[in-house]
Design a protein around this ligand. Sequence first.
Ligand SMILES: [Zn+2]
Length: 500
Amino acid sequence: MKKLFTTSWLIMGFLVTGFAQNKASLPEFDLQKPELEAHMRFLASDELMGRRTGEQGNLVAARYVAEQFRRYGLANAPQQTSFMQTVPLEKMGALGKGNLFVGTDTLRSGQDWILMSGSASDIDAPLVYAGFGLENAAKGWDDYKGLDVKGKIVLLQSGSPEATSPIEIITASDGKRKLAAEKGAVGIIEIFKAPVPWNFVTKFFGGERVALAPDGKTVTLPHAWINGQESKFTKMLRATDKMRFQTTGRSFQTVNGYNVVAYIEGTDAKLKDEYVLLSAHYDHVGVGKQGGQPYSPEDSIFNGARDNAFGTVSLLAAAEALSKQPPKRSVLLVALTGEEVGLLGSKYYASHPLLPLNKCIFNLNTDGAGYNDTSILSVIGLDRTGARAEIETASKAFGLDVVADPAPEQGLFDRSDNVSFAKVGIPAPTITPGFRTFDAELMKNYHQASDNPETIDFGYLLKFSQAYAYAARLIADRAQAPQWSKGDKYEEAAKELYSK
Ligand SMILES: [Zn+2]
């Protein structure tokens, strides 16, 4: 009995220390707090002026990330000669002045309507109603059928027969502009109706704006959104067959943004053709008025320490750890730009990937509003994306518990860059610093000038980053790729992606 006890104790001891040694020898267990703290203090410094997309501070942040990738010995993505992926952007000036004259009524810019796009114009032209202004043979949409809109202004409803959420209604708008221009229209009046307060719409879309530059020629025809919550405007426009569209236009300028992309080749001869995509956005909202929230002369810089220097540091930590000892599958690291201005960097990347998307088995995105519980990390989409075990094991190794999908009312899954990859079918959760609810403590820093590096818990930053890197490794080492849970809304996209 005694002997047996001793033997099994020995075996147990061997197993325990053997396992511990094996784990402890992984580079993510050796990551150092001062290294991560230095990344954080640089990325969230006042000197970077809130890292707003389209501004200098954002470009400096991109440069910093690229040079850290170089320092850690990462490679460029296959066939690339730089860590930088150019993301062509259009920077639009604030709303111009203007009037719409409809019969005896005058609708004022910035009040009754906003100019979404377009240069200075003064057009007196017939007005033609064209439904949603969409064409899609597969879906049976044919709103221009039998209409001649050449030289005319088209009157459209916002959204599409399928769009229900504000985001879907808003994103349907861009395609309409292109199509109307192709049909020869000279202006667009879109009756904007979505469950969003009109003053929010004017504030968000009326100010200076950054968007992805269109593929091909820029369309300059004036495009207005009319307040569709005022039913008298709709009636007035439907009752007339001509109008005058007068606007000073919005200035626009083409600028380059950058996703920063690096590659770590996997060690398994067979599995290394597949890869795990690690992503974090490094941009934030800027300075002063750009932040869209109150600020003071003493603190007008939106440093974005939590959102999302925190995630960017975790990405750099994963770069350091995984490059020292690569996992079986390859790893592609993408520091994304343009998240705060509409998930632009991830949208661009998903439509201009540097490696085939159907070889990407998983996207582990990290982003967050902040944290109010440093004993956990939270995962948006944990139980939808098939890698709970790895994420839990990795978190527990650093003393953190995992909380799945806090604050479901916030619809967070569809609000960060992971959704750009989920939409094409890649299982894509977002790992976020620990929170259980969107409470006052979290909101205290979310998109506020107070989100400074001085208030970061660097011990927590270290643990979080270690867990992120280790989770990435465990997923990249898996025998089988993670799968969407049955019936998930992105499961169909996955079937299509991975059957190619
Ligand atoms: Zn963010």
